[in-house]
Design a protein around this ligand. Structure first.
Ligand code: FRU
Length: 491
């Protein structure tokens, strides 16, 4: 049955491909050939290559019964799409192969995922069954399902129970699961010696609805620079000040995971990225010891204009994680400099209460520039990106001197999207260093060498390619701008 359903899905993709529209198609980000994509799944390094799986609905650009899409890369830059790895074919995963992770044992690749079943009507979240499942592959392409490995939650009040992240701790396999007990979120830990037989170890962390949300999706737990990081996607947090304005968040806490499976936080909860579109991030450990992270570069229940062109969803660029105090820093994976083609260097004269078009254009660009706060008097100053000739379309990235924040404004970023996000700039800071990646329908901003990041989807027209430097009410002083056109890999 599994093989039949995989064939059917491949057939559907092949049929739809010629109809796909490419106006917003990303040049160097992973997105599905057609259909829908959400979470990154099963990130793993296997036989010299990086494998990335993802939540995929091949039959339409809407969320539906989840498959696992699959792609691989030898260098984190060039990606090859592979056949779909998992389809919902069995009674225990009938309505979806939900998110999960991957590990390698003795040259065999194992996928651990959640089997999802609607017990009532489809989409009725109050009547579901979730179990944890195992599949394996010896060639890294074709997967054999081994069925259910955890058939019920540890307590009857738990129904939502998903997104297994498995890793090796000492001689044993550990699994972290996100769960919802009543209306409170939990992080659960299981243990196994062989990946097939699991024992429940502990509730590693218990939250309460009021302050912690109602569910922690897509947990990841890993060691980084001497600390343990609990990375997860809380649902149900309320906006507070500048925080938590997306429908759901992607956050982390630092602490210590002890041998009895308890996670003891020793720092506050932080949002991982500060843009509009960043969710369900997962990591892998690269062979050289780097902790690499990908996220779904979209958000639930947001406009997705590319659906009209038969595809939607993308993954962020891979990022290298490090720890600075109690904050994670994210830098673009160093391999990504291989995307650079022609380089433009520009000096930007002081801009005074004006907008000055720059001699660089493009949809696929990397830009490095510093904003000189000390020398500027403007209320706002920064860059307008992906500008149309008439300037009606534009995505703004600027320093707001009154609020002392760096702002990403997509009120005029093209089809569908809107809204403003920002990060704080400390009173002592005299300059802001920006590294910006623009793809046809995305912007990723790395602020001050990854101390903050802002990731958002934008949908400008294909011919909105201009860039301006602007300053409002006063002078804006810019450092030299360096820009690289980036390779259109048509992934
Ligand atoms: C997160 C999530 C996961 C689930 C998957 C279903 O975005 O809701 O918890 O496994 O998506 O597609």
């Amino acid at each position: 049955m599994h093989a039949v359903l995989l064939d059917k899905a491949h057939h559907a993709i092949k049929e739809k491909l010629p109809e796909r529209g490419n106006d917003h198609r990303l040049g160097f980000h992973l997105s599905p050939p057609v259909g829908w994509m959400n979470d990154p799944n099963g990130l793993v390094y296997f036989r010299g290559e990086y494998h990335v799986f993802y939540q995929h609905h091949p039959y339409s650009p809407q969320w539906g019964p989840m498959h696992w899409g699959h792609a691989k890369s030898h260098d984190l830059v060039h990606w090859e799409h592979l056949p779909i790895a998992l389809a919902p074919s069995d009674p225990y995963d009938r309505d979806g192969c939900f998110s999960g992770s991957a590990v390698v044992v003795d040259d065999t690749l194992y996928l651990i995922y959640t089997g999802h079943v609607w017990l009532g009507s489809p989409r009725d979240d109050n009547h579901i069954q979730q179990v944890q499942c195992l599949a394996s592959s010896t060639d890294g392409i074709t997967f054999t399902k081994h069925g259910v490995i955890i058939d019920a939650p540890p307590e009857p009040e738990i129904m939502h129970f998903r997104d297994p992240k498995v890793w090796k701790r000492g001689e044993q396999w550990w699994m972290a699961l996100g769960a919802r007990k009543g209306d409170d979120p939990q992080l659960l830990i299981y243990r196994s010696v062989d990946l097939y037989h699991w024992e429940y170890l502990s509730c590693a962390l218990q939250g309460v609805r009021e302050s912690d949300g109602y569910m922690w999706e897509c947990p990841d737990l890993f060691e980084l620079d001497g600390s343990d990081v609990f990375l997860y996607s809380p649902q149900g947090l309320k906006p507070s000040g500048y925080a938590n304005w997306n429908k759901f968040q992607n956050s982390y806490r630092l602490g210590k995971l002890d041998d009895s499976g308890h996670f003891n936080p020793n720092a506050a909860l932080h949002e991982l990225d500060h843009g509009h579109d960043f969710y369900a991030a997962q990591t892998l450990l690269a062979p050289d010891g780097r902790r690499l992270l990908w996220a779904w570069m979209d958000m639930w229940d947001c406009p997705m204009p590319s659906q009209a062109q038969h595809w939607c969803g993308a993954l962020s660029l891979p990022r290298e994680l490090s720890l600075e105090g109690d904050r994670l820093r994210m830098r673009p994976a160093r391999e990504l400099t291989a995307l650079r083609k022609s380089q433009h260097g520009l000096q930007i004269p002081v801009v005074e209460s004006a907008s000055r078009p720059l001699d660089v254009r493009g949809a696929l660009l990397e830009i490095e520039i510093e904003l000189d706060l000390a020398g500027s008097t403007a209320e706002h100053f920064g860059l307008a990106l992906r500008c149309s000739e008439d300037q009606h379309e534009r995505t703004l990235l600027y320093f707001d001197a009154m609020a002392r924040r760096l702002v990403l404004d997509r009120q005029h970023s093209g089809a569908g999207v809107s809204g403003v996000r920002s990060v704080p700039i400390s009173p002592e800071q005299t300059r802001i260093a920006l590294r910006i990646f623009l793809d046809r329908s995305s912007i990723e901003v790395f602020v001050d060498d990854g101390a903050y990041t802002m990731t958002s989807r934008i949908y400008p027209r294909p011919d909105s390619l201009g860039i301006s430097a602007f300053a409002v009410n006063g002078t804006g002083v810019f450092g030299d701008l360096e820009a690289w056109e980036l390779t259109d890999l048509k992934i």
